[in-house]
Design a protein around this ligand. Structure first.
Ligand SMILES: [Zn+2]
Length: 102
């Protein structure tokens, strides 16, 4: 059988992911670190604004796009690790909430 894509769970350093994340929208990408928009996600290795090196990629498309979208992005950017944006936002929101009560 040929190789297939399977979603897995792995532990990551949240601050590293947040600092090096390229988020893909409909046509362009944006830097999760400095919010620069209009980045060519097919070729950018660094953010043109803050200079961060991209190591991770996520999509704003709904989760229902699933494996098809993930594998498509992986084929376009095999140098980046695909992560779920919802997962990043979950931890970001949790961090904000904890900040409010500390
Ligand atoms: Zn940036």
């Amino acid at each position: 059988m040929k190789n297939v894509y399977l979603r897995t769970l792995k532990e990551f350093d949240y601050e590293d992911v947040e600092a090096h994340l390229l988020v893909v929208g409909d046509l362009k990408g944006d830097c999760f670190h400095c919010r620069e928009i209009g980045i060519d996600y097919l070729s950018a290795s660094r953010c043109p604004q803050c200079g961060t090196e991209f190591k991770y990629i996520a999509s704003r498309q709904p989760k229902s796009s699933g494996v098809k979208l993930m594998s498509s992005l992986h084929n376009k950017r095999p140098d980046l690790i695909f992560v779920e944006l919802d997962d990043i936002l979950f931890y970001k929101n949790r961090e904000r909430a904890q900040g409010l009560f500390s």
